[in-house]
Design a protein around this ligand. Sequence first.
Ligand code: GH3
Ligand code: MG
Ligand code: MG
Ligand code: MG
Length: 299
Amino acid sequence: MKNDSYILVVDDQMANIESLGESLADQYDVRFALSGQSALEVIAKSKPDLILLDIMMPDMNGYEVCRVLQSHPDTAQIPVIFITALATPEEETQGLDAGAVDYIVKPFNPSIVRARVRNHLALKYANDQLRVLSLTDSLTGLANRRHLFERLSSEIEHLQAKPETEPFAIILIDIDYFKRYNDTYGHVAGDFCLQRVAGVIRSALRSPADLTARYGGEEFCCLLHQATLDEARQIAERISQSVADLEIPHLGAYERQFVTVSAGVAQWQPHMAHIESVLQAADEALYAAKATGRNKVVC
Ligand code: GH3
Ligand code: MG
Ligand code: MG
Ligand code: MG
């Protein structure tokens, strides 16, 4: 069966590339690079699922390529298998220390290369799935709290490195009278309501650089990359209107009779020391929205 995994073979000898290609091309999308530098360029454009990497190459050797890949979060998860004529225990140890998942000595046996590639791809896919699961809220499919905090930390790191850029803003959104919704319609209907509200919030985002997370039970948080307070307020207003437009009946919501949300908006300020500071600012705004009638946005 043809697998669409993309494998990059890096070797300075065309003969090695050809024989590895012959062993793998019937099962995978195999591409090549003839030097470490050109491999890094290819990887920057399109991330392989696995890399077969020679060690002895002019200019930049395989150990160095592997270390560069390990040092960037975008490429650190790509499995690297060294495939090399260097056969001493010290050389193999050095390869594994550099971050490779496996080490094959030339001349290689094609069926062993195929088996190792298959096993490492299976492991990589399992790891990718685990990572997605660990960052996703299972009810709504939105990012979970862990994912939100990872992204908030990287936003703050980015701002510390480039203080001249526009900071991020956040919107905290809380469904109004949701306890009464559950009491009136039951938890299953409550879950369905959460999913519908989550869908509305997700579609209000501007770009993949923004993130929507389920922050707690019936609370959501939007992280808006490089957004002014006014931009964030407009997005929050749009979300609030779109939730109201769903017209989900809610007899417990007093005179409104439909599900609505309240939102608090805040922007990261240079004097803030912690993630919690900006969350607290948004939480105070949300509290003010709740205290002054709900179904509104406060900055
Ligand atoms: P307010 O307008 O002040 O926000 O009132 P509220 O009733 O929404 O606030 P409160 O925090 O008292 O209640 C939140 C409710 O959300 C309580 C809990 O039963 C419900 N909830 C939290 N997580 C879930 C969930 O996963 N599914 C369902 N169905 N309900 C949930
Ligand atoms: Mg070589
Ligand atoms: Mg709440
Ligand atoms: Mg609520």
